[in-house]
Ligand binder design. Structure first.
Ligand code: DAT
Ligand code: MG
Length: 139
């Protein structure tokens, strides 16, 4: 399955603003199949583990607080070249630098509250998928 799957979360800002449906429509229109999906709220502990790679960064505390501040929609997505194509669909981390028409250009508030997560490699996509979903909830 290398290259076929990525992991995403619609982040608390976008869920709270009512953008979940529009973002899922963009994901489907771009040709991704939903393999797993749920609405859930991360504990601070779980948000901290998910973003552990950023623990030395100055924004880590803010990131963990934000990601645990409200519900997210977590999903596994399938498509050829899923990781790279999804990163293109979401746009740059900072919405001010994101290509027009990307999910972040349309819906992100700022570099911290940026509407969606997308995995950055096949290996991380697989790790992030099993961090959130048991195999029995992947279809
Ligand atoms: P991405 O989400 O595009 O993969 P990343 O992995 O570099 O970006 O960072 C993870 C998250 O951390 C990002 O979505 C939002 C937050 N973040 C990154 N850079 C930031 C900054 N300069 N200030 C505040 N939050 C930041
Ligand atoms: Mg990243």
């Amino acid at each position: 399955m290398a290259g076929k799957r990525t992991f995403t979360m619609i982040k608390p800002d976008a869920v709270q603003s009512g953008h979940t449906g529009a973002i899922l429509a963009m994901i489907n229109k771009a040709g991704f199949r939903i393999v797993a999906m749920k609405m859930t709220q991360l504990t601070k502990q779980k948000a901290g583990e998910f973003y552990a790679v950023h623990s030395a960064r100055p924004f880590y505390g803010e990131l963990v607080d934000f990601m645990s501040s409200g519900p997210v929609v977590a999903a596994i997505l399938e498509k050829d070249n899923a990781v790279e194509d999804f990163r293109k669909l979401i746009g740059a981390t900072d919405p001010a630098k994101a290509e027009p028409g990307t999910i972040r250009a349309l819906y992100a508030r700022n570099v911290g509250e940026n509407a969606v997560h997308g995995s950055d490699s096949d290996e991380n996509a697989a790790d992030e998928a099993v961090f959130h979903f048991p195999r029995t909830e992947m279809f």
